[in-house]
Design a protein around this ligand. Structure first.
Ligand code: HEM
Length: 459
């Protein structure tokens, strides 16, 4: 006999519509995970979704022999903007394999190591901005980190300097916010309302992003360069398996997907600033490590793999912030077999086609794995302690063939930017009692998080 999967009581007909706040879905899911534990479900307008929130069950449904990415809800909605691009392609679409084989080599650890100096240059611009604003000005670090991310991704992958760290916010930032918020909210609204009331917002944001990408392509075609970066690859490379190239529209789809995917990285760094302010002993250890490894000389790429404590801060931040808050899974369909799928050795059963969402806010704080799961302890992310952790709690970049294709770029950016901020900036919390609340769409970020910044005094 299997155990019924718990579900909040809900209301007749509408089901659990009031248990999930459409303007902060991930926070509602975190709260439900805290209440119900390893697994729970909700039903809205007759549709059921199962949420997995423990390390063991997450690991089980990450078994690619039994399960795969579920492309539904907001992921289907954002196809309006990027069609069958990497993030949004259905399992059966040939386009995924073609784009993956063309793009992955450009995002390998070796290639992204070559982006070190561009990332440093962009981060230096941000640090100069912060050093210039005066010690009493309160800032929202995320706003500037979003700018930094857009600047660095556009420069490293597409060879264009946007100069968007200073000055008015780049239109891409608002367009990414508007398109992802729309994609999250649309599945919760009647279709007619989406079309009549919200359609134009989605359309406008999509146009801004696709025009941005088209401009990059046009500039490169007008001024060919010998940079063999991602833009060159998208325009010229051939899939080694099928011999196919990307169409003009697919090139735009993949370009637009990169800033959207990478916008998770600044969310994580903003959270790291908060965790370091709360844990000054971790900051001291990181500064000691930087003094030892980098010293007073210039920061170089060969230092990056030696910054083990900074890397541990990044991992512990990814664990606790859940900057990418979850991902979708479904059972792999079996021809003619509609029998239920068993989970947890038969403890639970779900329908053969049940969409499931891994809620990392539960998984990454699973008390069966972590002692004091809410404590920020980089030490657990180092050496053997890290190696011993179960695979289920290391899913911040997703799973298997659909895991984050930008993970090596993200890692380079996270370690380099975090190290530089730790080395060159003193942060002060505006509200010493600030307790981190998060909101967001495809990623989650600290809400109302303000700090003061000044040049670091002692090196
Ligand atoms: C802290 C930073 C990041 C985190 C935590 C993160 C997390 C994730 C996760 C969890 C997935 C899987 C989504 C799913 O299964 O539906 C994913 C996919 C993806 N990410 Fe990232 N990501 C980050 C940065 C980036 C960057 C920098 C890029 C681009 C350079 C990027 C581009 C993508 C793309 C294109 C996919 C879809 C891959 C596929 O399905 O083949 N991400 N990411």
């Amino acid at each position: 006999m299997s155990t019924p999967i718990p579900r909040p009581r809900g209301v007749p007909i509408l089901g659990n519509i009031f248990d999930v706040d459409p303007s902060n879905t991930w926070w509602s899911l975190k709260t439900l995970a805290e209440k119900y534990g390893e697994i729970f479900q909700i039903k809205v307008l007759g549709h059921s979704i199962v949420f997995v929130a423990s390390a063991a069950l997450a690991e089980e449904i990450c078994d690619e022999k039994r399960f795969r990415k579920y492309v539904g809800g907001p992921i289907v909605e954002i196809r309006y903007t990027v069609h069958d691009a990497l993030f949004t392609a259905f399992d059966h679409e040939e386009s995924w394999g073609i784009a993956h084989r063309i793009i992955a080599p450009q995002l390998s650890p070796e290639v992204v190591a070559g982006h070190f100096s561009d990332i440093v240059e962009c981060t230096d611009e941000l640090i100069r901005k912060w050093h210039g604003i005066g010690p009493d000005t309160k800032i929202k670090p995320l706003d500037d980190l979003n700018r930094l991310n857009l600047e660095a991704i556009t420069l490293t992958l597409f060879g264009k300097k946007l100069n968007c760290i200073e000055g008015p916010a780049h239109p891409m930032l608002q367009a990414m916010e508007d398109s992802t918020s729309e994609a999250m909210k649309r599945p919760t609204r009647p279709k007619l309302l989406n079309w009549l009331v919200y359609g134009s917002k989605f359309k406008k944001a999509t146009k801004t992003m696709r025009d941005f990408a088209a401009e990059l392509v046009k500039a490169r075609k007008e001024h060919p360069s010998d940079r063999h970066d991602l833009l060159w690859t998208l325009l010229n490379a051939t899939d080694p398996e099928t011999g196919k190239t990307l169409t003009d529209s697919q090139v735009i789809d993949e370009i637009v997907s990169m800033p959207i995917g990478s916008s998770t990285a600044p969310c994580a760094i903003a959270a790291a600033i908060h965790f370091l302010l709360q844990n000054p002993e971790a900051l001291v250890k990181a500064r000691d490590e930087l003094d030892e490894v980098v010293g007073d000389g210039p920061f170089r790429q060969e230092h990056v793999p030696r910054l083990e404590y900074v890397a541990a801060i990044v991992r512990e931040t990814l664990r606790l912030s859940c900057a990418a808050p979850g991902f979708n899974i479904e059972p792999i369909p079996k021809q003619g077999d509609k029998s239920p799928v068993l989970l947890g050795g038969g403890k639970y059963q779900v329908a053969h086609n049940q969409p499931m969402i891994i809620v990392l806010a539960g998984v990454n704080r699973d008390p069966a794995v972590f002692e004091e799961p809410l404590a920020f302890r980089p030490e657990r992310m180092m050496g053997e302690s890290f190696e011993r952790l179960p695979a289920g709690v290391k899913k911040w970049f997703g799973n298997g063939k659909r895991q984050c294709i930008g993970r090596h770029w993200a890692w380079e950016f996270l370690v380099v930017v975090t190290a530089k901020l730790i080395r060159d900036v003193d942060f002060e919390a505006v509200d010493k009692e600030y307790v981190m609340k998060q909101d967001g769409w495809f990623n989650v970020r600290p809400v109302e998080h303000y700090v003061k910044v000044r040049p670091r005094v002692a090196h």
